[in-house]
Design a protein around this ligand. Structure first.
Ligand code: IMP
Length: 425
């Protein structure tokens, strides 16, 4: 099988965790290439619910799972995740890039203070990436080094003044923090040592050997730092292209790019959302889809499927095919519509606005969709192996409408959280 990149085609939470879990079965390696503990993947299997923030969902298939160079890691949280996974009787085969950057408590403190405008997850993601770009942050290789304590203390000198000026620490508190955090993180480093390696080389060797590598993106294309709805975005690249930079995907090697979209749209945190619903319609859709953030528990904002935004995401991320999730949820609500164009001052536009205030004021143009037929779990399972033509007409027509608009096929339909609630066309 070809290498595959899986990315979200909306604002995150599209169901990538479930799809990666399904696809991991036929993969040899699963690689995360961006983000950190801001991601939340929920995977249900054999009656158990697993929530991962760091570990790729391929863990459940006992595959080699990699946290690549583009990922930012809070060692304390990752160790807790490994321990709770091990406690359920699993043995994680995890490799961590020596070059991945480390999230420290002060990153979280900065995020907690300044992240409110964007509605961040508060996990310290933005401050870690920004200090990475400023070349003052530490990497996993630093905290596993023999002189980790000295390296950490030295690096903290670069942020001392800023943290004190921002009233996050007094001078005395900062001195105490340096002592405690340097020994705490050096201890994490000792725990990590066996997992740390040159992960990009693992990917290269596996690819040359004809093994199949699955690259798992976190967040979604519309949260991309460069191409998303800036500034209401995350601080890493979330496009498929990020798998090359942060995960070791090799340019020139054939690769399948699969985007994941819900049958409707959701968003967590602040920022423009042209097709957002409010009132009872929002409550009904949120409850039908259990739309609460896996990382923060926040109620997700919900809305109609925004095909105009989805087509932009498909184009910008180079998505070749789509997996659509939660079609079963859409069957539980009335008045299904999709957005097929944006208007500004009454005139249709032919671009996806880069400017957030402009995107805030676009007027979505909707097409009504016939009600999606509700099926029982058994009826859905009976459709395993069905072609698109064999689906109930309302579902077949919905898929066709979307495919025609975004100009790529929907090749996977997910109708429930379990691994077997998936139709592959
Ligand atoms: P940050 O990634 O914590 O800095 O948050 C920046 C924006 O991205 C906020 O709007 C978050 O709600 C959003 N975000 C970050 N990670 C995820 C995710 O995994 N799913 C959905 N939204 C996310």
């Amino acid at each position: 099988m070809k290498n595959t990149i899986v990315v979200g085609a909306q604002w995150g939470d599209e169901g990538k965790g479930k799809l990666v879990d399904v696809l991991a079965e036929k993969s040899d390696l699963v690689v995360r290439f961006n983000g950190g503990g801001n991601a939340g993947h929920t995977v249900m299997h054999a009656g158990e619910t697993y929530k991962f923030h760091y570990m790729p969902s391929g863990m459940l298939h006992k595959k080699t799972c990699i946290l690549g160079t583009g990922v930012v890691i809070n060692p304390k949280d990752l160790i807790a995740e490994i321990e709770s996974f091990t406690a359920t009787g699993h043995e994680p085969d995890l490799k961590i890039s020596a070059r991945a950057h480390v999230i420290f408590p002060h990153h979280q403190m900065i995020d907690a203070k300044g992240g409110g405008k964007i509605g961040t997850t508060g996990r310290g993601i933005g401050p870690t990436y920004s200090q990475k770009a400023s070349r003052i942050n530490l990497r996993i290789l630093d905290i596993i080094a023999d002189d980790a304590v000295a390296r950490i203390k030295e690096a903290l000198k670069d942020v001392r003044e800023m943290l004190i000026a921002d009233a996050l620490f007094s001078a005395d508190e900062f001195a105490a923090y340096c002592e405690s955090v340097s020994s705490e993180y050096a201890e994490y480093g000792k725990n990590f040592k066996p997992f740390v390696t040159d992960t990009e080389d693992l990917v290269r060797v596996a690819t040359i050997a004809g093994k199949s590598v699955l690259f798992e993106g976190a967040q979604g294309t519309l949260l991309d730092l460069n191409y998303g709805t800036y500034p209401f975005v995350t601080s890493s690249a979330t496009l498929a292209a990020a798998a090359f930079v942060g995960g070791g995907a090799i340019p020139g090697v054939p690769i399948r790019i699969l985007g994941i979209t819900k049958a409707y749209t959701t968003r967590v945190g602040e920022g423009p959302f042209p097709t957002e619903l409010d009132g009872d319609a929002a409550v009904n859709l949120r409850e039908a889809g259990h739309e609460y953030g896996a990382t923060t528990g926040r109620p997700r904002r919900v809305g109609h499927l925004d095909l105009y935004a989805l087509r932009y995401a498909v184009r910008i991320s180079g998505i070749q095919e789509l997996a659509m999730t939660k079609i079963d949820t859409l069957a539980q609500v009335d008045n299904v519509k999709v957005c097929t164009a944006y208007k500004i001052d009454g005139k249709r536009i032919d671009y996806f606005p880069a400017d957030a205030p402009t995107l805030e004021k676009v007027e979505p143009v909707y097409t009504d969709i016939e009600p999606i037929q509700a099926l029982t779990k058994e009826e859905w399972i009976g459709l395993q192996g069905a072609s698109k033509d064999q689906l109930p007409p309302s579902i077949k027509n919905y898929i066709k409408f979307i495919e025609d608009f975004v100009e790529i096929p929907i090749t996977i339909l997910s109708h429930g959280p379990e691994r077997n609630e998936t139709i592959v066309f």
